[in-house]
Design a protein around this ligand. Structure first.
Ligand SMILES: Cc1cc2nc3c(=O)[nH]c(=O)nc-3n(C[C@H](O)[C@H](O)[C@H](O)COP(=O)(O)OP(=O)(O)OC[C@H]3O[C@@H](n4cnc5c(N)ncnc54)[C@H](O)[C@@H]3O)c2cc1C
Length: 471
């Protein structure tokens, strides 16, 4: 019987694994986690991610033990470890789940080269996306990922979406002694406080589908209403994109579906398609920011990081991120626009400023979304400048979200009042509001200045798209 090393990195689950369908009959899997220097350094950069990762790995090990196996953990160089474990187990194949960000893609190529040099079969599989790109029949001559709408039309075709793979696989009983599982302390972190693992994630998916899909279309526009929260388990691969999309799609079979829920389902599937689009397109070349348009640093960045810009929605988002490790997606877009266009910062600076705080660990989505927010979309240049005050009035009219995260503003009754406090000269000394700063800049001025720079740059460079401002 042949053995296959299954390297766990980004997909820390056993269910819905494409790899099981790709194995030679009779092959047994040796579950392997390699913590090489690069991986360990990356984990240690963000204590929250380290804590979540360790909890997810412990849950994976527990699942494997239920199947009579256990995770084989090795700390050491990738090439040396693969060679020694393959030799000791007689493995003829090494399999892994593909990564999508540029650094992950480079790591995958390195792994492939190591495996092939050893004369073993290298098997990198798309495990994270809802649709295998091969089923999408993208017209790669046309660029494949030139337009999200075209991608979505293919993605949403009824015959394309598949049910999760319901196949088991044989895992080898542990023959080699494992090093201890990774612990949060090893990375300077404390233990994750809530239960984590694929069972917990599936229960969250079921709750969302049965109870909260109905309000999803409102939730994505309303920061006070939570969205699914599935981005976190998806980013560690505790759930597959396919299972999430399939579970949501199946709700459409209910003849008593409310119109609002149907809208919610379509919106949600669009979000999942966007995830696939950005993951798969991440490896394609994308335009880089222009130095003339964006700066790498700014003396104003600390005000954003300390959530003291004086723009309530922006500050509330940053405080939510600091307190919970996440931020409502509607607010992410506002903060990112503020960062790129009001502060004039390069998207990479914005993305890096969230890196130490965000628990989701999906670099390809971070890159894709930050580029998108900066107007450097894969399909076109399109700077869409969001007015943070207008967006606040529109998305959080009762100020529920802002008052939750900015206690200084808790006594004001709604967004309009919060928005206007500095113009109307309220009796400031009576309120905690006194401690909350006034807007640090004039949004209209900054937006106009950016668009003027942009127009100049366009004159010198052939355009890919047209600018638009929501001012
Ligand atoms: C500036 C910016 C930075 C972001 N950085 C990250 C990041 O680092 N890691 C990350 O996983 N997501 C990132 N996102 C995407 C999105 O905000 C999160 O995936 C989402 O907020 C997760 O919460 P949720 O699961 O409740 O989302 P829901 O609204 O419930 O969405 C369901 C799922 O659809 C997918 N999805 C939703 N919106 C997007 C989107 N804009 N792009 C791609 N997929 C999407 C996610 O997998 C999400 O879990 C970023 C978005 C912006 C605007």
């Amino acid at each position: 019987m042949s053995a296959t090393l299954l390297c766990f990195d980004r997909d820390l689950r056993l269910s819905d694994r494409g790899i099981f369908a790709a194995l030679e009959p009779g092959s047994a899997l040796v579950p392997l986690l390699i913590l090489d220097r690069r991986r360990s350094e990356r984990i240690a950069r963000n204590p929250r991610r380290a804590a979540y990762f360790c909890a997810a790995v412990a849950a994976l090990d527990a699942e494997l033990r239920l199947r009579g196996s256990q995770l084989l953990v090795r700390r050491g160089a990738l090439d040396v470890t693969i060679r020694s474990v393959a030799r000791a187990t007689g493995a003829r194949c090494v399999a892994w789940s593909k990564r999508y960000d540029p650094a992950g893609v480079r790591e995958d190529l390195r792994l492939q080269a190591i495996v092939e040099e050893l004369g073993l079969r290298a098997l990198g599989i798309h495990e994270a996306v809802a649709l295998d790109p091969e089923r999408l029949e993208l017209d790669t001559d046309e660029g494949g990922f030139r337009s999200f709408n075209a991608f979505f039309r293919l993605w949403r075709a009824p015959e394309v979406l598949r049910s999760p793979i319901d196949l088991g696989a044989r895992f080898s009983p542990s023959v080699l002694p494992s090093e201890p599982l990774p612990r949060p302390e090893e990375f300077g972190a404390s233990a994750w406080r809530d239960p984590v693992g694929e069972r917990v994630a599936r229960a969250a998916l079921d709750r969302f589908v049965n109870e909260r899909l109905v309000e999803y279309s409102r939730a994505i526009r309303t920061p006070a209403i939570a969205t699914s929260g599935l981005g976190l388990p998806l980013s560690y691969g505790l759930l597959s994109g396919r299972e999430v999309a399939w579970s949501v799609c199946r709700r459409l079979e209910d003849p008593f579906l409310l119109a609002e829920e149907r809208t919610g389902i379509e919106r949600f599937l669009r979000a999942m398609a966007r995830r696939d689009f950005l993951l798969l397109a991440g490896t394609e070349s994308a335009p880089q920011p222009e130095e003339r348009l964006f700066a790498r640093t700014s003396a104003e960045l600390p005000a954003l990081m300390e959530a003291r810009t004086g723009f309530p929605l922006v500050d509330a988002g940053m405080r939510e991120l600091a307190a919970t490790g996440s931020m409502h997606s509607a607010v992410r877009a506002v903060v990112a626009s503020f960062c790129c266009f009001d502060l004039g910062l390069d998207w990479r600076t914005g993305m890096e400023s969230w890196e130490g705080l965000l628990v989701e660990d999906e670099p390809a989505l971070a890159i894709g979304n930050w580029r998108w927010s900066a107007g450097l979309r894969i399909d076109m240049h399109f700077p869409r400048i969001i007015d943070p005050e207008r967006q606040f009035l529109r998305g959080d009219p009762h100020g529920r979200y802002v008052r939750r995260w900015i206690p200084e503003l808790a006594l004001l009754s709604d967004a309009r009042q919060i928005h206007a406090w500095h113009d109307r000269q309220l009796a400031l000394d009576l309120f905690e509001i006194d401690r909350y700063p006034r807007p640090m800049l004039d949004h209209r001025e900054r937006a106009s200045a950016f668009l003027a720079r942009y127009a100049e740059w366009r004159l010198a460079t052939p355009p890919v798209g047209a600018p638009r401002s929501s001012r």
